[in-house]
Unconditional design. Structure first.
Length: 69
């Protein structure tokens, strides 16, 4: 049986936490921006840390599993 949880959760978090898909922390003009479609290096680092933290918590601490077969 294959565990699809890392793939599915990684894909969903990547799409949702990409800077400027839903929000951007920190924004170019404000602390939080919605829908400006312009990003910066700080936002990329913050969103990377958010992704890594959420992914690690869901996969290792909560042990979410999705089995097929």
């Amino acid at each position: 049986m294959l565990d699809w949880a890392p793939v599915v959760i990684g894909l969903l978090l990547f799409v949702l936490l990409s800077p400027e898909v839903l929000f951007q922390i920190p924004g170019n003009a404000r602390h939080i921006e919605f829908g400006s479609f312009a990003t910066n290096g700080k936002a990329v680092i913050i969103h990377t840390l958010l992704f890594f933290g959420a992914f690690t918590i869901l996969i290792m601490a909560v042990r979410v599993r999705i089995y097929t077969g």
